[in-house]
Design a protein around this ligand. Structure first.
Ligand SMILES: C[S@@+](CC[C@H](N)C(=O)[O-])C[C@H]1O[C@@H](n2cnc3c(N)ncnc32)[C@H](O)[C@@H]1O
Length: 149
């Protein structure tokens, strides 16, 4: 995921949201890779959220909100990342249509958007599956890189 985002030419001070950040591992990796970015994790489950906050409190460019991300405005997002669950992806794609600016980079680990065309895919780390990068709204199959041929 980090390699894909590095290649996405985000601005130095990009705002990156991690939806459902769990224990905070991805916000930590993002904050250490993109030192001038503002990384905003959101986690609905209280205990993982608390752990994520404890793990990130020394990182000045990370915040973790105890929030249902569907109730959040992502209008300032330059990039959105997520590692969620298959059942979430269809609702999430509609949500992103409403909440992010066109051109926002969206990166998903393992579970992809079936109704959208990724611009790039890469094998994921460890036991996790491949990672897909979309340039939202990512509706044009012609915009993809040969995946539909
Ligand atoms: C598969 S886990 C992945 C956790 C983390 N992203 C990681 O890479 O380890 C999905 C996480 O998303 C959170 N989540 C699911 N729906 C959410 C929502 N609507 N708002 C905030 N967090 C949510 C869950 O509580 C869970 O911690």
């Amino acid at each position: 995921m980090l390699l894909l985002l590095r290649d996405a030419n985000l601005s130095k001070s990009a705002v990156i949201y991690d939806l459902g950040c769990g224990w905070g591992s991805l916000p930590i990796a993002l904050a250490k890779t993109f030192l001038d970015a503002r990384v905003k994790g959101m986690e609905i489950s209280p205990f993982p959220c608390l752990v994520a906050r404890l793990r990130t409190w020394r990182l000045p460019n990370v915040s973790v909100a105890a929030k249902n991300f569907y109730k959040f405005d992502l209008a300032d997002a330059d990039a959105v990342t997520c590692y969620l669950m298959p059942s979430a992806m269809s609702r999430l794609s509609k949500f992103l249509d409403e909440k992010v600016r066109p051109g926002t980079v969206v990166v998903t680990v393992t579970f992809w958007f079936r109704d959208r065309s990724p611009a790039t895919i890469k094998d994921g780390p460890g036991l996790r599956g491949a990672v897909a990068l979309y340039v939202w709204p990512a509706t044009s199959r012609r915009a993809s890189t040969g995946l539909d041929s």
